[in-house]
Structure formats: C-alpha cells, structure tokens
Design a binder for this molecule. Structure first.
Ligand code: FMN
Length: 221
C-alpha cells in the first residue's frame, strides 16, 4: 500500500515530525511504501473567496504547491498519516488550511472536482497529535473534528496517538511511549478493524472471532 506521512507543524524537527516518522517507520516495517512531507512546503496561501479568486477555467487561483501535493501525493495514497501540533486546542493552521482548500478542488466548478472527489474516499487515516498538556480534554476537539471530517470524506480514522512534549523532540521522553504507539499504528493501519454499528447491523456476538463465533448478538449477550 502507498502511505503519505504529513507533518503539519512549522517546526521541522519538532514533536509532530518525530511522531510522524515513528508511524512511517512502522508502516515501512509492514511492507508499505511510505513518503514523508512537510505540509508547509506545499501550502502557503489561505483559502480566499473562490468567486473572486478562482481562474476563468474554474481552477484554484492560489499559486503555491497545494495542487501538486493533492494530485501527486495525497490522491495516489491508500493511507495518510497526519501529524499536528495542538494549537489552541485545535489542529494547527496549515493543516486547517489544507482541509479548507479541499473545497476549491472538490467543488463542481473545479476542472478536477470529480477526479478529486472520487480519489478521497476509502483512505485510511492515522492521526498523531503533539501537545504540551496531558489533560485528556485538550485533544478531544481535534479527535472529534478528525472523526467528522473522515466520516464526511468516507475515510476510516484508524487511530489517534497523542504524544506529550513541548520542546523539540521531547515527545520521545513521554513515559506513555507515544513513539511506540505511533509505530504500531503505522504498522497496522491497513489491518485495524473500524466498526460503526447501528441497532440493526447484523453481527456476531464476538468481535475477534472464535470457533463458536456464529452466535447472534441478541441471543447471547
Ligand atoms: C501557537 C501555539 C499554540 C499552542 N496551543 C497549545 C494548546 O492549546 N495546548 C497544548 O497542550 N499545547 C499547545 N501548544 C504547545 C504545542 O502543542 C507543543 O509544544 C507541541 O509539542 C508542538 O509540536 P511541534 O514540535 O510539532 O511543533 C501550542 C504551541 C503553539 C506554538
């Protein structure tokens, strides 16, 4: 499988990058083809008013590397490792801009709208968050946003690893071993079972299977 690891922090050698590289290493160990990028190398301009900004062809008029990132790196990937520092209890601005500007490329007026909209669903997303505070609530907003964005894009959020650290690379000293957890997430990102049941979802009473795993939920719970 093809995996793209995106680090969205402006700090190149920071904690997000350290987490992203740990997950990338895990994915490589599992035999996947992994490429790593700094988001800031591609995304420079904020979303503007498309009505005044888009070119006469309907294409996005912001002249930076966004289109190259999307078409050449994001679209061909089967899975994305997305690392962000926690900024003001949210994802960082460059990553938010990456998502904001997807609008310009999935809009009906975009010459590549159909192509981009068809390429985004089905990807597996592994999220990594670097932050200073260990308080559980600090990252809940980011997890909820990523969950909703991936649901909207028909992607699977396969896991979220939070690493606590502040100075560059300090996440390595987090006793909860986020680098190991990130590597494990990267290693298993195409195997992780992501379920989202409804009341009427047909299923066995066991999650992981066993010789007697044929019982229905209702008669053996
Ligand atoms: C603008 C800014 C806002 C931040 N906001 C938070 C925050 O709300 N909560 C928190 O725990 N850490 C916050 N931090 C700390 C970073 O999340 C933390 O230092 C992180 O490890 C940085 O990751 P990086 O090395 O990849 O840039 C903030 C840092 C900056 C620069």
């Amino acid at each position: 499988m093809k995996v793209l690891a995106i680090s969205s922090s402006p700090r190149r050698d920071g904690n997000s990058w350290t987490l992203a590289e740990a997950a990338a290493k895990g994915a490589r160990e599992a035999g996947h083809e992994v490429e790593s990028v700094y988001l800031a190398d591609f995304v420079r301009g904020l979303l503007r008013d498309c009505r005044t900004c888009r070119l006469s062809t309907g294409a996005c008029g912001i002249d930076d590397g966004y289109e190259r990132l999307l078409m050449d790196h994001v679209m061909p990937a089967d899975g994305l490792i997305i690392a962000t520092p926690l900024y003001w209890y949210g994802i960082n601005g460059t990553l938010k801009t990456f998502f904001d500007r997807l609008f310009c490329y999935t809009a009906g007026s975009s010459p590549v709208g159909e192509q981009v909209s068809a390429a985004l669903p089905g990807k597996r997303i592994a999220a990594l968050i670097a932050c200073e505070e260990s308080y559980r609530g600090a990252t809940l907003g980011v997890e909820a946003q990523l969950q909703e964005m991936t649901r909207y894009l028909r992607q699977s959020l396969v896991g979220v690893v939070v690493g606590v650290g502040n100075s560059r690379g300090e996440v390595e000293s987090d006793p909860s071993r986020p680098l190991d957890r990130a590597a494990d997430l990267g290693r298993r990102m195409f195997e992780i079972s992501v379920t989202d049941y409804r009341l009427d979802t047909e299923r066995s009473n066991r999650v992981w299977g066993s010789p007697d795993s044929t019982g229905s939920w209702s008669d053996s719970y």
